[in-house]
Design a protein around this ligand. Structure first.
Ligand code: MV4
Length: 648
């Protein structure tokens, strides 16, 4: 066995590999870019080497710098993780040439799966079932059109060099074929530098079922069963589980044998995944991923194995461990991403200002590479964590998933937690009634639920308690208050902005708390550890305050509140240079003026939103609006001029 390995990756997968290496007594070397010097994976490793600037092509994709780091530190092997250099045949060869073991398959096996057309031809010869289709060399229009006719419409055109849905075209009838071929070919050439296409029968309601295989250098090759990764969004997996719901043992065995045949056909070594597309009782080979996958933990949870340990053993020349292989229970993985649901799930860039995660137990596993205070940067994948749960059966696992998702607290970046929670609670998901269109088909019923009136009262009450001075047992709290509008009757009016607009809440001190007049009625609200007491009833809620901005987290869902002081000077006032600029990078949430408007000093002109805080920009002086350079939903940089005034 190796005594020292280098991990050529970052984030959760680097941490994952380090954990197993450490448990096996193997020393670890991390590599890091300029953006990652204080990352969790660097802190976890025994040693760490800087490899370059933040962009991946200048650091994590620099095979030469990574191999040099391995040689310098005496690492005997390199674990590539997933992504980056993990399926790069040249890198695998360069490792070998430098005398360092690449923890992965032979370069020839990576290459054999790099071309879809060649891989399909090879699989066909090995008896692995293929979707009815054409993957021949001839690429002329007549050949392709005859092929499509004999396959039967609808057909799917795929780029042979493609992956992840790029260069794919669905064609419903013969008349649409020629332009679709032309478009797919253009996209394939632009994206992959080669225009070879294949045609398949288009399956309309497929599931994605993949088999985890493992092969060693001694001729051993086994199947570690399947994962169902059908729940995807734009070819990005969202939830994965094992075993696949409804897959009977006979079909599992047949798919396992097909996957082993696929691995053997390319002389595979190490951890690999054979992807199948399944419809009804049929299943067909799609592609093989020649790496350890993101979703490997669900296989670990149902088999009790450590796949990274197996990778290290196999890479050091050992045979696959002789242990019984069986499925126990059910596991589900949810990928938690920093993504903005309001912006079509684009990465949500920023600092994670608050992070609380469910406790790890025998049933709940958390694989993460980020900590509170870390930045989700545009340079890398915006994954925050993988949450993996296990249960004796699927229903139990699903309940544990919902519960753990409700305990997740992330502030500072937006996340897909709301979507994960609604999927986990969806009856069609519970009934395992899904195909690859699940998320788009159920888009409406997967929207975040309305906020119940009782929850809104709780949110407002918790927000008020965070903004009001700490309640006294008996003394007069108004004595220590400032910035609130108080009067002689011993109450204050709090002006709060929430999701629905402005709310005014009257607060009067009572022993140990406040009497709050909420839109739904008056309550007595008191703080308590981990939550608030509303009329004596304890409610679990997390409240985070940053100045006037309060985030209330209720069962994992964030609710932003902003306190507005009606008597205070304008929130943001700028020098009268005739321009109003963005004070921080933000999203424009409202534009309140148009060109030609006459405004007076202090009038609100624009509302920005950053880090869940609303910021009202007001007129720095009296004047006429000459230009408005922002529309709702724009992302604006700090210093950008948003509104121009006509010269005085
Ligand atoms: C298909 C298909 C239907 N019929 N092939 C998507 C990514 C690429 N690896 C293959 N993909 C598909 N191939 C045939 N003949 C539907 C998909 C597909 C899909 C597959 C698995 C998981 C999610 C998907 C989402 C859309 C389309």
């Amino acid at each position: 066995m190796f005594h020292k390995i280098l991990i050529a990756n970052r984030g959760e997968i680097a941490c994952r590999v380090i954990r197993t290496a450490r448990s096996m007594g193997i020393a670890t070397v991390a590599v890091y870019s300029d953006a990652d010097a204080s990352s969790r994976h660097v802190a976890m490793a025994d040693e760490a080497c800087p490899i370059g600037p933040a962009p991946a092509r200048l650091s994590y994709l620099r095979g030469d710098a990574i191999i040099a780091a391995a040689l310098r530190t005496g690492a005997q092997a390199i674990h590539p993780g997933y992504g980056f250099l993990s399926e790069n045949a040249e890198f695998a060869e360069a490792c070998a040439a430098a005398g360092v073991v690449f923890i992965g398959p032979p370069a020839s096996a990576i290459r054999a799966m790099g071309s879809k057309a060649a891989a399909k031809a090879l699989m066909e010869r090995s008896g692995v079932p293929l979707v009815p289709g054409y993957h021949g060399d001839a690429q002329d229009g007549a050949t392709l059109s005859a092929a499509a006719d004999s396959i039967g419409y609808p057909v799917l055109i795929k780029a042979s060099a493609g992956g992840g849905g790029k260069g794919m075209r669905i064609v419903g009838e013969p008349g649409e074929l020629a332009p679709a071929i032309e478009g797919a070919r253009r996209e394939a050439v632009a994206s992959f530098g080669e225009g070879r296409l294949l045609i398949e029968r288009y399956l309309t309601r497929p599931r994605h079922i993949e088999i985890q295989v493992f092969a060693d250098t001694q001729g051993g090759c086994v199947s570690l069963f399947e994962r169902d990764c059908t729940i995807q969004r734009r070819h990005q997996k969202v939830l994965e589980e094992a075993p696949a719901p409804g897959l009977d043992p006979g079909r599992r065995a047949v798919m396992g044998e097909a996957a082993i045949a696929a691995a053997r056909a390319i002389g595979y070594v190490g951890a690999g995944t054979v992807e199948f597309i399944a419809e009804g009782d049929a299943f067909y080979f799609m592609e093989m991923n020649t790496r350890l996958q993101v979703e490997h933990p669900v296989t670990e949870m149902i088999t009790g194995l450590d796949l990274v340990e197996w990778q290290l053993r196999v890479a050091s020349g050992e045979a696959i461990p002789a242990v019984p292989l069986a499925i126990r229970g059910h596991a589900i993985e949810a990928r938690i991403y920093a993504e903005d649901p309001a912006r079509d799930y684009l990465p949500s860039i920023g600092t994670i200002t608050h992070l609380r995660q469910p406790d790890e137990t025998a049933f709940v596993r958390l694989d993460t590479g980020v900590r509170q205070g870390d930045v989700i940067s545009p340079n890398y994948d915006p994954m925050i964590a993988k949450l993996i749960v296990w249960g004796e059966d699927r229903d139990t696992a699903l309940r544990r998933l919902s519960r753990a998702l409700n305990e997740y607290e992330v502030v500072g970046v937006r996340t897909n937690l709301g979507l994960l929670r609604t999927v986990a609670a969806h009856p069609a998901f519970a009934g395992a009634d899904f195909d690859t269109s699940f998320l788009s088909r159920h888009e409406d019923s997967l929207a975040e639920p309305m906020i119940l009136a009782v929850d809104r009262s709780l949110i407002l009450a918790a927000g008020c308690l965070a903004l009001l001075p700490e309640a006294q047992q008996s003394a007069d709290p108004w004595a220590v208050m400032d910035g609130f509008e108080t009067n002689g009757e011993g109450h204050a009016d709090l002006h709060l902005h929430d999701e629905t607009g402005l709310v005014v809440i009257r607060a009067a001190p009572v022993a140990g708390g406040y009497r709050l007049v909420l839109p739904e009625g008056a309550v007595i609200a008191q703080s308590m550890p981990g939550g608030v007491l509303i009329d004596g009833v304890p409610c679990r809620v997390r409240v985070l305050r940053e100045g006037a901005a309060v985030t209330v987290i209720l069962t994992g869902r964030n609710h932003g509140l902003t306190a507005i002081d009606p008597l205070a000077p304008p929130v943001v006032e700028q020098a009268g240079d005739g321009r109003l600029t963005a004070p921080i990078p933000a999203r424009v949430s409202r534009v309140l003026v148009v060109v030609g408007d006459v405004v007076t000093k202090g009038m609100p002109l624009l509302v920005l939103e950053a880090m869940k805080m609303e910021l009202t920009l007001t007129a720095p002086r009296n004047g006429v609006i000459a230009a408005v350079r922002a529309v709702v939903d724009d992302m604006v940089q700090e210093g950008k001029a948003l509104v121009l005034f006509e010269a005085e």
